[in-house]
Design a protein around this ligand. Structure first.
Ligand SMILES: [Zn+2]
Length: 59
């Protein structure tokens, strides 16, 4: 199954049987639970970036 790599943002592969996410591009290999945690952290970072962009526009 396809997944998004949390490291390089390219296509990673989610192995459902092993519950592991691997990325051929950068060599990332994470357990699914860890992958989800990384995804959450990334989402928070992106929200922060969005907020600061928003603030600069003065709205
Ligand atoms: Zn990667």
């Amino acid at each position: 199954m396809d997944a998004r790599c949390v490291n390089c943002n390219r296509k990673a592969d989610f192995d459902i049987d092993k519950s592991k996410v691997t990325c051929k591009e950068c060599g990332l290999e994470l357990d699914y639970e860890e992958y989800i945690e990384r995804m959450k952290e990334k989402a928070v970072t992106m929200a922060d970036d969005f907020q600061s962009t928003w603030d600069k526009r003065g709205f």
